[in-house]
Write a protein of this length. Structure first.
Length: 157
């Protein structure tokens, strides 16, 4: 697996956040390319975390935070059972999520706008939500690095 360095952006705050979020999304997606479905469903760690779970979890997190909470759209459905999931279907759903989420973000005038639906911490701004999704995606991309190395020895961002 080719090691890809994070891109640099000379744009505004939104462009920097979106550039880094997309880099982390793609880093996570690259972790499952070339892994067969059965291996992607297996967990080599005690927590039970799998490569497929990470992909579905992050798609769900983006839909929850942007589509549901920020924009007030429909609550995202639960991910399919791991025993029936495939790498191709999980990646397709994740990539569709990117398009859906990015469209909402692009249509939002300011990062200072607050979410329609709050949580126990209140109604965060789009800026906070993007920063949170960036850290969540980067954290899980690191988990995927370890899982992939344990599955077949492949390393790289």
């Amino acid at each position: 697996m080719v090691d890809k360095k994070p891109p640099r952006s000379l744009g505004d705050e939104r462009d920097v956040l979106m550039t880094l979020l997309q880099y982390q999304r793609e880093s996570l997606a690259r972790k499952v390319v070339g892994v067969d479905d059965e291996a992607a469903r297996q967990s080599p760690v005690n927590s039970g975390t799998t490569l497929l779970w990470l992909i579905r979890h992050l798609a769900g997190a983006e839909r929850l935070w942007i589509i549901h909470r920020f924009a007030g759209g429909q609550q995202p459905p639960l991910a399919p059972e791991a025993s029936t999931d495939t790498v191709d279907s999980a990646l397709a759903a994740y990539r569709q999520t990117w398009a859906d989420v990015d469209a909402v973000i692009a249509a939002t005038a300011s990062l200072d706008l607050v979410s329609v639906i709050g949580d126990d911490g209140g109604r965060p701004t789009l800026r906070w939500i993007l920063a949170h999704l960036l850290e969540e995606t980067a954290r899980h991309a690191g988990h995927a690095d370890i899982l992939r190395e344990l599955v077949d020895g492949a390393t790289g961002r």
